[in-house]
Design a protein around this ligand. Structure first.
Ligand code: SF4
Length: 401
């Protein structure tokens, strides 16, 4: 595929989207594959990390001067699995390309692969937020998930990151793990809160096809208990509210201190908020997606192919599609309803050019009747019950082309 010119300059005709943009960088390596994971990542072989770092730097150089990201997110995969030598190369390229002065810069990490030296490099480069996958405090359950770290290591990692000077830490937790009881989950929440992080992301285990956990479920090795999962989620909401965390999205909770101008908690993840609010984003690295002025693109989910394209000066894009304004507005509506604030009608119109009240009048009424939605003169949001069924609610807003 020839190199596609992805224009990065917003045109005056764009429908009010701000030029603020998020930069996502996908690190496609993990030390081993977790049993539930369907993300694109591979166990690094031979020279792959070296080749990946060089290709990524070439992509960063092409982007140099074209955008000024407001948020940066290194996700994966496991960014922390990259060796210090590769981090040094990538971070100095970020600086050289003037891509390093974001308001929020997150690196995801696995406790097993964080070192003091990596934490120091991140801090010096301008990283100001770390997201750590703890998942659970129970080492047996961590084993069921195929995680390679122990809870003890997660605690050490949290301390290490604090000592390195990070004041905005997220901890990822999982509930509904096969074999996990409500008491286990309560202990997990207690241990996570005791760490004192500023942000919590709590996800229900999902069973993605072709993962070991899915295959175990299909083979009857355990059964799903939806009632228990619902009770775990409700218990989570109670526990985190008691200690001052504010839920701002289905799975995300942030310390409610110094509310930011948008009314979000000051430690809300602004990178993800940009996705949910329909903002522009540029994704680099294998499998990463971008969205810019109606054009959605995805890079090859294949490390060798991605590197080869970039090295040869060819486009690393595997797919691109242009959504109609209405289809994109439907997607934006659906994503935004994941947030507890839902949509302010004026803001939705400013971002998409459509009136949520008229274009989706039938859907809003239906959701209110189901008691999944709450409608006022200014805004529409999902109720607590609606948030539990957010995927089903969101589907109603999608407009097929
Ligand atoms: S560390 Fe994250 S990306 Fe890697 S296999 Fe586990 S869940 Fe997937």
């Amino acid at each position: 595929m020839p190199c596609v010119n992805l224009s990065l300059e917003p045109s005056p005709a764009s429908v009010g989207l701000e030029p603020a943009v998020s930069l996502y960088i996908h690190v496609p390596f993990c030390a081993s594959k977790c049993h539930y994971c369907a993300f694109f990542s591979e166990i690094p072989k031979d020279q792959w990390p070296d080749r990946y770092a060089k290709a990524l730097i070439l992509e960063l150089e092409q982007l140099s001067g074209q955008i000024k990201p407001r948020t940066i997110f290194f996700g994966g995969g496991t960014p922390s699995v990259l060796a210090e030598v590769h981090w040094r190369q990538i971070l100095s390229a970020m600086e050289r390309c003037q891509l390093h002065q974001a308001q929020e810069w997150t690196v995801e990490c696995n406790p097993a692969s964080v070192s003091s030296e990596k934490a120091r490099l991140w801090k010096e480069a301008g990283v100001n937020r770390i997201s750590m996958g703890m998942q659970t405090q129970d080492d047996v359950l961590l084993g069921h998930l195929g995680r390679i770290h122990s809870y003890g290591r997660a605690r050490e990692c949290h301390d290490l990151l604090r000592r390195a000077g990070f004041q905005n830490l997220n901890v990822d937790l999982m509930f509904g793990i096969p074999g996990q009881t409500l008491e286990d989950w309560d202990r997990c929440i207690s241990e996570a809160l005791a760490l004192g992080s500023e942000h919590l992301s709590c996800y229900e285990v999902t069973y993605e096809e072709d993962t070991p956990l899915y295959n175990q479920l299909q083979a009857g090795r355990f059964a799903m208990d939806e009632d228990l999962v619902c009770r775990m989620y409700e218990h989570l909401l109670e526990r985190v509210r008691e200690v001052g965390f504010r839920q701002y999205e289905i799975s995300n909770f942030a310390k409610n201190q110094d509310p930011a101008p948008e009314g979000l908690p000051s430690t809300a993840c602004m990178h993800n908020v940009n996705y949910w609010r329909g903002g522009y984003y540029i994704g680099l690295g294998p499998s990463a997606s971008s969205y810019w002025e109606g054009l959605r693109t995805t890079r090859w989910p294949d490390v060798a192919k991605y590197c080869e394209c970039v090295e040869r000066g060819l486009s690393p894009l595997a797919e691109q599609d242009r959504l109609s304004p209405l289809a994109r507005a439907g997607e934006i509506a659906a994503f935004g309803l994941r947030m507890t604030e839902g949509w302010d009608f004026n803001e939705f119109a400013r971002i998409t050019g459509f009136d949520l009240r008229t274009e989706w009048a039938v859907e809003l009424k239906e959701l209110v009747l189901l008691e999944w939605g709450c409608l006022t003169d200014e805004r529409f949001c999902l109720t607590a019950q609606g948030l539990r069924f957010a995927d089903a609610a969101a589907e109603k807003f999608l407009r097929l082309e």
